[in-house]
Design a protein around this ligand. Structure first.
Ligand code: PLP
Length: 398
């Protein structure tokens, strides 16, 4: 079978291996605590569900404008302007079928074959995959020794005349860290000086701990506005991951290109979903995200307390946003857990599933051997039970 080179340039998501193993154990009656989820366990806001039903009952089943419903773009423009402190108009916003598709369109619009894109490592694997699909070359920027935030000297050392874009994801998946505004300003100034696009993934931007500031590059360095592609999502803030609804903001000329690309690929986000998300975009459901932040802050504290009692494993950083803890497990590697040799992180996650009955995501899914990602987007009693069994299993490390 002859396929395009592109077909072999990416592999499927690594997280599905964890999911399959958990399913197999569940089928045997084993209860697994799922610390691998990339989504909130909360039900979507009732108003969103009501709006979905109302949309389904009205005449909203036809194609929409490829950039999204005008009312939704308008509401999003206002919302993005309010949250970022940078003014965006409706023509500078496009609704996409999830942030993921928005990122894909951005990579297609920005990269020519052979162009380089700087991608912080560890990082969400989809960034590098999409850059490859677009014909570009992802260039890893190691951040594990710089607080999981790119260092400007390092960016400069990796910059070539083919560097077109830098991915910045804050709050970060998988580390939960938030880029401090001073550092974001330095990065934005560097990008402006060298005409490098900033693909700014702020899907978790509304999920930060109390007192933590999530800043926008263009709010700190106004000249960065012309080079910033902001990527947002309804998935995480409103617990509707399955609806596939995200958005992109940026300079109008770029948004027009994304609109053209979307018109030939997805066409547009699902019509009823767009209607249902109007109240969310208008800010009428900000109480829900405030409540989600509160719940996550409690869970974050529970995880911190419980982890402090676990041997051999420690947080690699203190997360300030999203719902992830990135754990340093290097001390366990090369040893035995419950009598089983654990040479690497992937083996460890398998052993934790079998012995502690918990699912965590190996850091290798994010380019980082020696770390695992623990999602606390699950109920507190599940968190407590899962971390109790982790402590027990870790006390048996030889
Ligand atoms: N960006 C990051 C950093 C993510 O972690 C995710 C989902 O896990 C996405 C984008 C995708 O969001 P969406 O569901 O809107 O496609």
């Amino acid at each position: 079978m002859r396929l395009a080179a592109r077909a072999n340039s990416v592999t499927g998501s690594k997280t599905s291996g964890t999911r399959n193993k958990a399913e197999a154990l569940r089928a045997q009656g084993v209860e697994i605590v799922n610390f691998a989820a990339g989504e909130l366990d909360l039900a979507p806001p009732a108003e969103v569900l009501r709006a979905l039903h109302a949309a389904a009952d009205s005449d909203t089943h036809r194609y929409t404008d490829t950039a999204g419903l005008p009312a939704l773009r308008e509401a999003l423009a206002e919302r993005i302007s309010r949250l970022s402190g940078v003014s965006y108009g409706p023509a500078e916003v496009i609704v996409t079928t999830g942030a993921k598709h928005g990122l894909h369109l951005a990579a297609l619009a920005l990269l020519d074959p052979g162009d380089e894109a700087l991608v912080p490592n560890p990082g969400w694997g989809t960034f590098a995959a999409q850059i490859r699909i677009a014909g570009g070359e992802p260039v890893a920027v190691e951040t594990s020794d710089t607080g999981f935030v790119p260092d400007v000297d390092r960016l400069e050392a990796l910059r070539t005349d083919r560097t077109r874009m830098l991915v910045l994801n804050t709050p970060n998946n998988p580390t939960g860290t938030v880029c401090p505004p001073e550092q974001l300003a330095r990065i934005a100034a560097w990008a402006v000086a060298h005409r490098v696009w900033i693909v700014f993934d702020e899907c978790y931007g509304e999920l930060v701990l109390p007192g933590v500031t999530h800043a926008h590059p263009a709010a700190l360095v106004p000249e960065a506005r012309q080079l910033t592609v902001g990527i947002g999502s309804f998935s995480k803030s409103f617990a509707v991951t399955g609806w596939r609804a995200g958005h992109v903001h940026g300079p109008r000329a770029l948004i027009d290109v994304l609109k053209n690309l979307q018109s030939h690929t997805a066409s547009h986000a699902t019509s009823v979903v767009q209607h249902a998300l109007l109240p969310a975009a208008r800010g009428e459901l900000d109480g829900f995200t405030a409540q989600a932040r509160d719940i996550l802050a409690h869970r974050h504290a529970r995880v911190a307390e419980a982890l402090a009692t676990v041997d051999h494993i420690r947080p690699a950083a203190t997360p300030e946003g999203a719902f992830y803890y990135f754990l340093d497990v290097r001390e366990v590697l090369g040893r035995k857990v419950g009598g089983v040799p654990v040479p690497d992180t992937d083996t460890l996650t398998g052993v934790l599933m079998e012995q502690a009955h918990i699912a965590v995501t190996p850091g290798t899914a994010f380019g980082a051997e020696g770390f695992v990602r623990l999602s606390y987007a699950i109920a507190e009693d599940r968190i407590a039970a899962g971390l109790r069994s982790l402590r027990e299993v870790m006390s048996g490390v030889e």
